[in-house]
Design a protein around this ligand. Structure first.
Ligand SMILES: Nc1ncnc2c1ncn2[C@@H]1O[C@H](COP(=O)(O)OP(=O)(O)OP(=O)(O)O)[C@@H](O)[C@H]1O
Ligand SMILES: [Mg+2]
Length: 322
């Protein structure tokens, strides 16, 4: 099986608290997954479970405490700022398109800048042709953005434009962190549909990070459910969301709250008491909320167990404890 991107045992420990009462949380704990060419892979889970941290590490904005990243089976540097070649192949689309574009530049100038920065071409006519071609993929044209500032486009249009911009350098993987939470509910499906189109028409792989299990179900091939830094269940989306195995996935299906549209990537970090307590919990992090928790769950970290096609991190599925 061909893997385009793989992460192995990724761990990120953050120090939190004041100078005098510092403690540590493992925001991402031993996370491993891979993405195949032409595949949509979703990372889902409630706020603060480690989705964005995982994306930041893959994109090189954060260094992991430990772990490996492989691109087309080759290990790549986990150091910040050492990823030029890799970053051409892996592009990001963020939650708030208004923050991804410099408000002082026109959208076409931002596109030209990307083209020149990545040395795609230095010929203006060729650049316009390329921009128009990529914009058409997302349902816009060069004329729609020409001479217009980001504030003159709607959120939906600008999010499409940011997807088109990421396509300028022909990436093979797109990482999108809550790309639809700021877009009008009525337009969400059209953005999500775009990912499906990019996958089938140009063979792009997408890591779709979301709170929204409905769009995740609709568009993904496989899904990983995270809880307090751990992937607790991962497999084909029909299996995981229709026949969830992990008690957390079952609960999540009914109760996942919406993403906070005001949330920023470089937000001030706050952590709730419950979150903190769960991060520090021994054994299974979900045991405190789990309706079917057993004694063992409070003491031992569950193993990752393969049930049919699905990986589940739960003691219930461990034959040794039956
Ligand atoms: N720079 C940092 N310093 C300390 N703690 C951090 C930092 N960044 C994230 N965290 C903590 O790590 C945990 C995971 O955060 P992360 O942003 O990855 O979650 P998320 O799943 O993306 O949440 P959301 O759905 O709200 O965007 C949280 O408890 C968060 O408070
Ligand atoms: Mg996030």
């Amino acid at each position: 099986m061909k893997k385009i991107l793989e992460i192995q045992n990724l761990t990120k420990v953050y120090s939190i608290g004041s100078l005098f009462s510092r403690s540590k949380i493992t925001a991402v704990e031993n996370v491993s997954f891979y993405i195949k060419p032409s595949e949509i892979f979703t990372l889902a889970g409630e706020s603060g479970c480690g989705k964005t941290t995982t994306a930041k590490i893959i994109l090189g904005f954060e260094e992991p405490t430990s772990g490996k990243i492989l691109f087309e089976d080759n290990p790549i540097s986990i150091k910040k700022g050492k990823r030029y070649h890799f970053l051409k192949k892996v592009q990001a689309v963020f939650q708030n398109p208004f923050e991804s574009f410099n408000p002082l530049l026109t959208v076409d100038d931002i596109f030209f800048e990307t083209i020149y920065n990545y040395r795609v071409t230095t010929n203006k006519e060729e650049a316009i042709k390329l921009i128009d071609e990529k914009l058409k993929v997302v349902g816009l044209t060069f004329d729609d953005i020409h001479g217009r500032y980001p504030s003159e486009l709607s959120g939906g249009q600008l999010q499409r434009a940011s997807i088109a911009r990421s396509l300028l350098i022909d990436p093979s993987v797109l990482i999108t962190d809550e790309p639809v939470s700021m877009v009008d509910a009525s337009l969400r499906m059209s953005i999500v549909n775009l990912f499906a189109k990019l996958k089938s028409q140009i063979g792009l792989s997408v890591i779709y990070i979301t709170h929204d299990l409905a769009t995740a179900y609709y568009v993904s091939d496989r899904i990983a459910i995270m809880f307090r830094g751990n992937i607790v269940e991962m497999g084909p989306v029909d299996e995981v969301l229709i026949r969830p195995k992990h008690p957390y996935t079952k609960l999540l299906r009914e109760s996942i709250p919406e993403a906070d549209p005001q949330k920023k990537w470089d937000k001030e970090i706050t952590i709730t008491d419950v979150e903190y307590e769960e991060y520090l919990r021994q054994g299974c992090k979900f045991a405190g909320r789990c309706p079917v928790a057993m004694e063992i769950c409070k003491k031992e970290v569950p193993k990752e167990i393969l049930v049919d096609d699905v990986l589940v991190k739960c003691h219930m599925y461990d034959k040794n404890f039956e």
